[in-house]
Ligand binder design. Structure first.
Ligand code: HEM
Length: 465
């Protein structure tokens, strides 16, 4: 009996391997038949999977291949075809024109671990995503940002006060600052995190980026065989229960988000008729409190606390660091921006200290400066992808359901046909005074799934300058 079972297991493993080899060959030949360039297969068993996901710098690797294989090429990343694209017309079709067939992103393991009922706007798709996005979009409008300006001002003053102390490493301070701002503005929570690096929330959000959960073996298996996401999540729960896996920081935040906002949840039960939405959290709580419209569940709300906290923390602090680094090296830019601030302060009769009350739309140079920093240093490039949910054709190329289209953001941002005639490896804010292709700047992604915090992030970066 035992030998019989062993034989079945052996045949099963052999069957899986044959199936894998067949699938990888099939997609590789599929690319060739479509006239899409593709790299020689690194392995019959895992295709291009390891060279794609183990690259030291993902974006640099894509740029390098683009130089060799052109603006649209295919990789067989495990059992999924991946299109790497720097052709903006092709991307425009995927991200905008045919969005209904490309609604989701790659679903990381955490998405499966959370399960359908705990998904947030970043991870959800279809009707669930539309419902999340509709609730959140108004919370991050320019008008709402103006209302948050006093809170941002307070955080900025605290930041300047704490950073005014001789030589310091500004990057950790910026991280504390952005976490402080997002918690104040979105949840009205005073974390007191600035100047306190032992704050548990700061440590957990930082841990997400230091110990990337998406690089752990189970998460890699999920990338390799995305069709078995639920099975990998099931294994994760078992390993976690028997203590083989510790709770990753992202899950810790979601499981503990209630502690952070408990007071507000209790308060909301008392003020059920209060229509004056002062921050994102109140808007989300209102959506939960309205069971008739089935807008949001409490579980989804807690996941949103996580996604807002993490999105509002990492990219903004990195972009701010690039902004300050650029300014430190360019006195001419400092003067240009300072003059613009002074001119606008006079017209508004505000002091330069009170920047958050200014009409930010008048800051033409500041706006162009931030765009140029983002062009040269895009941060969240790996998220600018879309998963195909229905077989389709884009610019004459057949795209199969389940394929992933990944934008090669760096190549696009440094493409002289899109950003010339000024050399694209030099910093020139003037290039943003000319109208460019709508997908030439992909720092916040594109289309209906573009970054939800775009306005908020822009406003915040402008205010700190
Ligand atoms: C400079 C700062 C930021 C950068 C560079 C950035 C970049 C991005 C990028 C590239 C995406 C993927 C877009 C796509 O797939 O087309 C994204 C999505 C997203 N971002 Fe940001 N982001 C920033 C700040 C923020 C802030 C402050 C928030 C909110 C507090 C935020 C919330 C989100 C959300 C919720 C999504 C997912 C949207 C959806 O799937 O519908 N981001 N961001």
């Amino acid at each position: 009996m035992f030998l019989y079972l062993l034989l079945v297991l052996f045949l099963l493993i052999i069957g899986c391997i044959i199936y894998l080899v067949f699938l990888i060959q099939y997609y590789h030949i599929f690319f060739k038949r479509q006239g899409i360039a593709t790299l020689p297969l690194a392995s019959y068993l895992y295709g291009h999977f390891t060279i794609l996901w183990n690259a030291e710098r993902f974006s640099e690797q894509l740029c390098q291949w683009t130089k060799q294989y052109g603006s649209i090429y295919g990789l067989v990343a495990g059992t999924r075809p991946v299109y790497i694209v720097s052709d903006v017309s092709f991307l425009q079709e995927v991200f905008i024109t045919q969005f209904s067939k490309f609604q989701g992103r790659h679903a990381p393991l955490l998405t499966h671990i959370l399960g359908q009922d705990r998904l947030h706007v970043f991870a959800s798709s279809g009707d669930q995503w539309r419902r999340h996005r509709r609730i959140l979009i108004s919370a991050f409008s320019y008008v709402k940002l103006q209302k948050m300006s006093t809170k941002i001002d307070e955080c900025v003053k605290n930041f300047v006060h704490l950073s005014n102390n001789g030589d310091i490493n500004i990057f950790p301070r910026l991280k504390q600052f952005t976490l402080d701002v997002i918690c104040r503005c979105a949840f009205d929570v005073r974390t007191e995190v600035q100047g306190n690096s032992s704050n548990i929330w700061l440590q957990k959000v930082m841990e997400i980026f230091v110990r990337d959960f998406d690089r752990t073996p189970l998460a890699m298996l999920n990338r390799f065989l995305p069709g078995f996401g639920r099975f990998w999540a099931f294994l994760f729960h078992i390993f976690r229960t028997i203590g083989l896996i510790t709770t990753p920081a992202n899950l810790w935040i979601i499981e503990n988000a209630k502690d952070l906002i408990n007071e507000r949840l209790l308060q909301s039960q008392k003020d059920q008729n209060d229509d004056n939405c002062k921050d994102v959290l109140q808007l989300l709580i209102k959506a939960v409190a309205d069971p008739e419209k089935a807008q949001l569940s409490l579980k989804e709300l807690l996941s949103h606390v996580f996604v807002i906290m993490v999105s509002g923390f990492d990219s903004p602090s990195t972009v701010l660091a690039y902004c300050l680094h650029t300014l430190a090296n360019r006195i001419d830019l400092q003067e240009k921006l300072y003059k613009e601030i002074l001119i606008n302060s006079h017209s508004n009769e505000n002091t330069t200290d009170d920047l958050s009350k200014h009409d930010l739309s008048k800051y033409i140079y500041l706006d162009a400066f931030i765009k140029e920093v983002l062009r040269m240093n895009p941060t969240a490039v790996q998220f600018v992808n879309r998963q195909c949910t229905q077989d389709t054709e884009v610019q004459g190329y057949k795209i199969l359901k389940g394929s992933l289209v990944q934008a090669d953001v760096y190549t696009i941002h440094y493409d002289s046909t899109l950003w010339g005639p000024l050399p694209t490896d030099e910093f020139h804010l003037e290039r943003h005074m000319t109208k460019r292709h709508p997908l030439a700047l992909l720092a916040f992604g594109a289309g209906p799934r573009q970054c939800l915090g775009l306005r908020f992030a822009f406003g915040r970066i402008e205010v700190i300058h």
